[in-house]
Every structure is written in structure tokens, then in C-alpha cells.
Design a protein around this ligand. Structure first.
Ligand SMILES: [Zn+2]
Length: 75
């Protein structure tokens, strides 16, 4: 999982990332990293608002349960 500007991406193939809403929202946003994890390419054409996450003190991302996106759809 990769988080960029509040949006989450899943790694579909090595170093190629697609928005986690690719299927549910037909979102075309994508990113590419290099072998050491640096962002090399980012296309932020999201079709939706970013999911709401809470960052814990330990730096882990926790999805807020019951949070809803702009269309009122349960996350
Ligand atoms: Zn997206």
C-alpha cells in the first residue's frame, strides 16, 4: 500500500501502482516508483475524494471505520 496526498495505491505489478478505487470507481490514477521506493511518476486524475485515514503515533494508517466518501458510499 502506498499513500500519496491522502490517496491510497495498490501495487499491481512491481513498481506500478494503481489507485485502490480503480475498480470500484473506475479511477485511472496511477503512480510508478523505482527500485528503492522513490516516486518517479504520478498521475492524479482521481474520480473521487480521498478516503479518510487517521495516522497513529506509530505512523500507521488506520481507516476510520464508518467513514463515508462524498457520494455517501460506505468505504
Ligand atoms: Zn483514485
Amino acid at each position: 500500500m502506498l499513500m500519496i496526498n491522502g490517496y491510497t495505491f495498490s501495487e499491481y505489478s512491481p513498481m506500478f501502482w494503481y489507485c485502490t478505487r480503480k475498480k470500484s470507481r473506475n479511477c485511472q490514477a496511477k503512480a510508478r516508483t523505482d527500485g528503492v521506493g522513490n516516486l518517479r511518476f504520478l498521475q492524479e486524475n482521481h474520480t473521487h475524494e480521498p478516503p479518510e485515514y487517521h495516522v497513529t503515533a506509530s505512523g500507521h494508517y488506520v481507516k476510520i471505520s464508518g467513514a463515508r466518501d462524498f457520494a455517501g458510499e460506505a468505504l
